[in-house]
Design a binder for this molecule. Structure first.
Ligand SMILES: C[S@@+](CC[C@H](N)C(=O)[O-])C[C@H]1O[C@@H](n2cnc3c(N)ncnc32)[C@H](O)[C@@H]1O
Length: 194
């Protein structure tokens, strides 16, 4: 309960000083066993469609190599394989061991361990050479990266010229009618579900 409230709070009110990487790592490792279920419930099941849309933005290249950053439980990496059968290899990188453990399990159950390399890594210091991949993705992760401009630069650094960097993230809703509803949902409904 505590970790979920912390998570929801973080998503919408985080400033740079609050994005302490150690706290973020700990929070996601704590919440990892419930992460997929929470995603489905809190997004009312729409999160899968958002990931599909993001993955569809990746270029179609034979023998492509992609990297998914802040990969969590590997939903994006698995979606890449579904949509891009031409892909040779995906690197799924995250800095929470708890999330990676679940990701590895899902990848192994899908029989894809030879194509999805699930590994530890920090978004601001990716353990790859320049120009390695045909595309990079990050889904619901950039908001957690303390120096997000550095994270975005890293996404570009590891992608070949002509490749694509895809970022999937929430925005905040403005407008007289929708904003109060949105704030009510974020501050009341989500914590209640948690
Ligand atoms: C909300 S989850 C998103 C997981 C996954 N991308 C998805 O679509 O469900 C955010 C993930 O970002 C990871 N993360 C946050 N900051 C990171 C960083 N600096 N480097 C690597 N991973 C990071 C967390 O460990 C967590 O697994």
């Amino acid at each position: 309960m505590h970790s979920l409230l912390f998570l929801v709070y973080n998503f919408y009110h985080m400033d740079k000083s609050a994005k302490d990487p150690e706290k973020i790592q700990g929070m996601f490792s704590t919440i990892a066993p419930r992460y997929d279920l929470l995603n489905r419930v809190l997004s009312l099941g729409i999160d899968g469609r958002w990931r599909k849309f993001a993955v569809n933005q990746l270029p179609r290249v034979q023998n492509a190599r992609f990297i998914d950053i802040a990969a969590g439980t590997c939903d994006v990496a698995l979606e890449i394989i579904r949509q891009h059968p031409e892909v040779t290899k995906i690197a799924a990188v995250d800095f929470s061991e708890g999330m990676l453990a679940l990701g590895r399990e899902k990848v192994s159950q899908a029989g894809l361990s030879d194509r999805i390399d699930v590994r530890f890594g920090d978004a601001t210091q990716l353990p790859f050479e320049d120009n390695t991949f045909d595309g990079s993705t990050i889904a619901f992760g950039i908001r957690n990266v303390q120096d997000y401009m550095l994270g975005i630069r890293e996404m570009g650094r590891v992608v070949k010229s002509g490749g694509r960097v895809v970022i999937l993230e929430f925005t905040s809703i403005q407008g007289r009618f929708f904003r109060p509803l949105y704030v009510f949902y974020i501050t009341r409904v989500l914590p209640f579900i948690g």
